[in-house]
Design a protein around this ligand. Structure first.
Ligand code: 2HG
Ligand code: ZN
Length: 464
């Protein structure tokens, strides 16, 4: 029996998709940068079906790539030619929620927004948030160890996930959900699978660790001139307001794109080079925290302009200026996207030197920088670089700079196809050998997402 017939038998005819129009949304990523021609898209509805699909693909020697909401930005979840896309979208059951143990079960295909809603209805929250919340799934969040806007307070995804269920490359199912917060029984397979980007197993369900939410009582947009000034402001706010929940930044050019493509109102009468966005919670127990924050910021010489708001509609308006940067960049063109982190004391050096390393290899590249300032996490979006056919050279130039400053070449988006070639910049040969040994042990035939993450089999870069 050929593979497609076998897959149809497992999931039903309608869930083995081969029609090119129906396959298209699964075959290309959100940025339009990564794409392939899959053999089929398979949409199982249960973990047993996922297991049978993995076994069938392994028996046929056809690799597969798991896909959640397809919001990833490094090509980890889109197919290469001939691969099977294993869509987890139909594993969408949610619950139960344990209000005492503060955990919530969710199928891999449940979106972040659904998990947030369910947690909030119970007076709890997830402690994870980012702009793709309506589409990104918990399976993808676990597989990529996603970050986002709440990391400074609640950590990246691996801190928010207690348990997992996953199908390994041989079709076996590992289920580690824990009813207790302390469980030191053996190797931590949950944490190994988190961030493995589909290369070690297919995550089918997640046990989310919930938090007691804090109420956001004030949101501030602050304009400054330089990264050094931004860090001065960050330090002052962090010092005086331990209840700080989020600290984001964006530059003038990115704001201009949001105003142009998303038709938002400009926040201040005059433009400024750099903007900071802070969310303040009631964690400090200070009823007048908003006014105290205004006073603190107003007293800092380096603050050029400032607005502090408290209603949710006003907050949303300020947050959109930051969250819509990704859409606005995409409306302008297909960017080369990098997601790096710098030690905070190297952040201004990085931004200062960036143009100098980019321009020689991509003369017309337009860098749009924004991100999560508390973690030194900069999303470097380079517009026009693809037109110059400079993708590889410009990535190498930027990532070399990041590595030389002691940073991370992938802060929260992962390695996927985009960054595999550059893993050696910050990982030693001993480190890479250990990673390869893990891959070899869990997926000896290389069935799961080959070429992603580890540089060995990384395919040549593809143009859209
Ligand atoms: C964000 O922080 C996301 O908005 C997307 O991580 C970043 O578009 C990007 O480069
Ligand atoms: Zn981000």
């Amino acid at each position: 029996m050929d593979l497609l017939a076998g897959l149809r038998e497992i999931v039903g005819d309608t869930h083995v998709v081969t029609d090119p129009d129906a396959v298209a949304p699964y075959a290309q990523d959100w940025t339009r940068r990564w794409h392939g021609k899959p053999l089929a898209v398979v949409r199982p509805a249960t973990v047993a079906q996922v297991s049978a699909v993995v076994r069938a693909c392994a028996a046929a020697g056809v690799p597969l790539v798991p896909q959640g909401g397809n919001t990833g930005l490094v090509g980890a979840g889109v197919p290469q030619d001939g691969e099977v896309v294993l869509s987890l979208a139909r594993l969408d059951s949610i619950g139960p929620l344990d209000p005492l143990g503060k955990t919530l079960m969710a199928g891999a295909g449940v979106t972040l927004a659904q998990v947030q809603r369910t947690a909030r209805e119970a007076g709890l929250d997830v402690g994870l948030d980012f702009s793709a919340r309506d589409t990104a799934t918990v399976g993808g969040i676990a597989a990529t160890n996603a970050g986002g806007e709440r990391v400074m307070r609640h950590g990246v995804a691996r801190f928010r996930i207690r348990g997992l269920e996953a199908v390994l490359a041989d079709g076996s199912v590992v289920r580690r959900m824990s009813t207790v917060a302390k469980d030191n029984t053996g190797y931590d397979l949950v944490q190994l699978l988190i961030g493995s980007e589909g290369t070690l197993g297919v995550i089918t369900a997640v046990q989310v660790d919930l938090i007691h939410p804090r109420k956001i009582i004030g949101t501030a947009l602050v304009a400054v001139s330089t990264v050094d000034d931004a860090l001065t402001v960050l330090r002052a706010v962090q010092h005086d307001f331990p209840g700080l929940e989020a600290a984001e930044f964006f530059h003038h050019d990115g704001l201009q794109l949001v105003l142009k493509h998303e038709r938002r109102a400009r926040p201040f009468d005059r433009p400024h080079p750099l903007y900071l966005l802070f969310d303040l919670s009631d964690g400090d127990g200070r009823p007048d925290a908003g006014e105290e924050l205004t006073e603190l910021l107003g007293g800092l010489d380096c603050v050029r302009d400032l607005v502090v708001v408290s209603t949710s509609a006003e907050r949303r308006r300020l947050w959109e200026l930051r969250e819509l940067q990704t859409d606005a960049v995409s409306a302008e063109g297909v960017p080369v996207k990098l997601d790096v982190a710098l030690p905070l004391n190297q952040l201004s050096t990085f931004e200062r030197r960036l143009a100098g390393v980019v321009r020689p290899v991509a003369r017309h590249a337009m860098p749009i920088l924004f991100g999560h300032i508390a973690e030194g996490n900069v999303h470097v979006n380079l517009l026009n670089a693809l037109d110059e056919d400079a993708e590889g050279a410009v990535m190498e130039a930027v990532l070399d700079l990041v590595a030389s400053l002691g940073g991370s070449i992938s802060a929260e988006h992962g390695i996927g196809l985009a960054n595999a070639r550059w893993l050696t910049l910050t990982r030693s040969s001993a480190d890479l050998a250990a990673m390869r040994a893990i891959k070899q042990a869990l997926d000896p035939e290389g069935i799961l997402s080959p070429g992603r993450m580890l540089p060995d089999a990384a395919p040549a870069l593809k143009r859209p």
